[in-house]
Structure formats: structure tokens, C-alpha cells
Write a protein that binds this ligand. Structure first.
Ligand SMILES: [Mg+2]
Length: 387
């Protein structure tokens, strides 16, 4: 018996050594194969972009580069009434009318700050879409919702809050949710597609600003940047001011009444909503209209000045380079200023003049006779920009 066991052990030992060797060499082969594979993968995905720069799959793009690259690979629909990249899209219906469309998505990890409820997130997803319609002067009629829901949020209470939040957002602007799709996802995703109609000649695009037009906004800036600093970074401020700042993040409002009346005046040469921040919005109009800006009055909220003083922050940074705020940024033909100002007051809003359009293609800030460049930065996905 003892001899047999010894023999068995010997065989076992030989087998083990054999398999170890086999495994090692196999692993080496595998590693080699993987290296070759990844080299092929890399070379296949290296290419020159339009400016001749060598690009590879590993280069990390920002949101805007992703959009540009996708757009370059699409066939352009003939006679597009609204150029790609404006706040909304549109399709011609007959000679004078347009069907106007918008889709915008809210994702829990990147767009929902701590302290925002499911109800508020769903309402906000609607509001940010309506804001783009407001900027173009289009009344929303109906919307579809695509919902990605993680397992842990799939409860009766959450489903009710989602329904109520979506409905609250839609009904605030006299629109309805008329359908949608629900799926399981690894993060909460609320994607809204908005639908409306408009007369072709009343749509306010980004591209019509002319030198000497006046620049105006529909409200003050910086509250959301400050509110996010309270919610995300835990910065402190007196309760009353803190509530105003935090509410601006949790309960945003679209300037739809203002946008609709402004489009009726036909005195607005360019318009955008400020969802990516004031600085970015100015640069977007400048690019689309081929003009520049001279801004001489910063529309900083008084609560933001106080918050900045307490926390030793720059009010200018909070005002220009925030985001997630839904004011309108407009250029207006100077001779119509009073008429436009009164029209906005009639619907309970106000217009704040902040500067003028220039032929020189720079976006400048002039404070106390000192000029400085307003940088083209603001909120961008995949490239978090901290204010
Ligand atoms: Mg927009």
C-alpha cells in the first residue's frame, strides 16, 4: 500500500509541475497576445483630426468635443430651420410654422446635488427643458419621459414622487407629460423630450446679434453657484440667505413668460438660456453671431455678494462661471429697448442691461475703466469645472 501511495504522489507531483509550466507559458502567450491585440486596437483607433493633430481613442473628450465629433459624422437634414447646437431643434411644417423639439437629460451622479429629493430632481428635469424653449420664445405643449431607474430606487414611494415631480414641472408651464419609457439602469436618469410649435419668424436664435445691440439678462446671477457650494462643499452662511441660495438650486424656474413675450416684440436679435453659466452663454452668442461683447455691469445677486464676503470668495467668479441657472441672456436692438423692457414688466419680469455687442470678437468685462477677458468656461460634463 505504502509503495502505491508513493507512486501516486510521484505522478501527482509530476502532473502538478507539468500543469504549472503549462499555465505559466500559457499565461505568457496570453499576455503577449493581449499586448499585440491592444497595439492593433490602438493603431486602428489613431487618426488625424481636422486640424492635423494625431488623436487616439485614449484621449479623453469633454462634452462639447463629444457632441462636435458625433455631429460631424451625421448627414445634415436639408433646410434645417434651427442650426445644430442652438438651444432647440425644429422641423418645418408648411411655410411659416415649425415643430420645435428639445431633449435634455438629468443624471443622478452628475446633476443631482446632495439635499435634492427625487420629486425635486424630476421637476428640475422638466424645468431645464422648458428653459430652452423659453430662450427661443416657444410655448411647450407636451413631453415624453425616458426614465432609467436603479433597483434600489424602484419603490412605490419613489414611483409616486417621480410621477408627482414630473407632473408639477409640466403643469407649472401649462404642459403635459403624454408618454415615455422606463428601464432599469445603474443610476437615476431622467431624460425629457419636449414638443411645441412656433411661427418661424418669431423664433429667437443665438445667431442674430449685431454690433451696438444691447445685452440684457432676465435676473441676477451667482445664486446657484453659491447654493451648490453650500450643498456640496458645506460652506456656511446666515440661514435666511442660505435658504435663498439653496432654493435656487433645488427649485429652479424657467423664464417662460418672459421668453414668450420677448419673442412677440420681434426686437430680440439673439437669445440663449444661461444653463451653462453667464460667461459661457455670452461666448455661445458671440460664436453663433460672429460678434463680441463689452460687459460693463455684472448682474450679481445681493445674497451672492454677502455669501462671497463671508466665505472669502470672488463674487465675479460665482456670477460669471456658475451654471444650472435658468435666466435668459439676450441682445436687443437699441431703438426698441423701452418697448421690450415694458413688455417684460407687463408679465411680471424685469430686464437688466449688462453691456453691448461689439464688432471686435472678444468677450470683455469693463469695470472701473479696467478691461479684462471673460473666459469661455462654465459647466461641462466629463470635464468638471470647479467655480
Ligand atoms: Mg440652453
Amino acid at each position: 500500500m505504502f509503495g502505491k501511495q508513493k507512486a501516486k504522489l510521484k505522478v501527482f507531483f509530476i502532473c502538478e509541475v507539468f500543469f504549472q509550466q503549462l499555465f505559466r507559458s500559457n499565461l505568457k502567450i496570453k499576455l503577449k497576445f493581449w499586448k499585440i491585440n491592444s497595439a492593433i486596437f490602438k493603431s486602428e483607433h489613431e487618426y488625424s483630426n481636422t486640424s492635423g493633430e494625431k488623436m487616439s481613442i485614449s484621449k479623453r473628450f469633454g462634452e462639447r468635443e463629444i457632441i462636435d465629433t458625433i455631429w460631424k459624422n451625421l448627414d445634415v437634414m436639408p433646410k434645417m430651420p434651427v442650426p445644430f447646437g442652438d438651444d432647440v431643434s425644429a422641423v418645418e411644417i408648411g411655410r411659416e410654422n415649425l415643430i420645435v423639439l428639445k431633449t435634455d437629460m438629468l443624471v443622478d451622479k452628475t446633476d443631482v446635488p446632495p439635499g435634492m429629493s427625487v420629486w425635486q430632481a424630476c421637476r428640475k428635469a422638466v424645468v431645464m427643458n422648458v428653459s430652452d424653449f423659453a430662450a427661443k420664445g416657444v410655448k411647450p405643449i407636451a413631453m415624453l419621459v425616458s426614465l432609467g431607474l436603479p433597483k434600489n430606487l424602484a419603490t412605490a414611494k419613489n414611483a409616486e414622487q417621480i410621477g408627482k415631480g414630473l407632473n408639477a414641472g409640466a403643469r407649472e408651464y401649462d404642459a403635459y407629460i403624454i408618454g415615455g419609457d422606463t428601464n432599469e439602469a445603474s443610476d437615476l436618469v431622467i431624460s425629457i423630450s419636449l414638443f411645441g410649435t412656433a411661427k418661424k419668424n418669431t423664433l429667437m436664435l443665438r445667431s442674430g446679434a449685431k454690433p451696438d445691440d444691447l445685452v440684457a439678462v432676465t435676473g441676477v446671477f451667482g445664486k446657484t453657484a453659491a447654493g451648490l457650494k453650500i450643498l456640496v462643499e458645506g460652506l456656511e452662511t446666515p440661514k435666511k440667505i442660505g435658504k435663498i441660495l439653496v432654493d435656487s438650486v433645488l427649485m429652479p424656474h424657467a423664464r417662460l413668460k418672459e421668453g414668450l413675450i420677448l419673442s412677440q416684440t420681434k426686437a430680440v436679435s439673439a437669445s440663449i438660456d444661461s444653463s451653462d453659466g453667464l460667461a459661457w452663454s455670452l461666448h455661445e452668442i458671440a460664436k453663433a453671431s460672429n460678434v463680441g461683447f463689452l460687459i460693463n455691469s455684472l448682474p450679481t445677486a445681493k445674497e451672492v455678494r454677502r455669501f462671497a464676503r463671508i466665505n472669502e470668495l470672488e463674487p465675479l467668479e460665482l456670477t460669471l462661471y456658475g451654471g444650472e441657472e435658468y435666466e435668459l441672456v439676450l441682445t436687443i436692438k437699441p431703438k426698441f429697448w423701452e418697448k421690450v423692457e415694458k413688455a417684460v414688466e407687463r408679465v411680471g419680469g424685469k430686464l437688466l442691461p449688462i453691456g453691448k455687442v461689439t464688432a471686435e470678437k472678444q468677450v470683455l468685462l469693463e469695470i472701473d475703466d479696467k478691461r479684462s477677458l471673460i473666459e469661455p468656461r462654465g459647466w461641462e460634463h466629463f470635464k468638471r469645472v470647479k467655480v
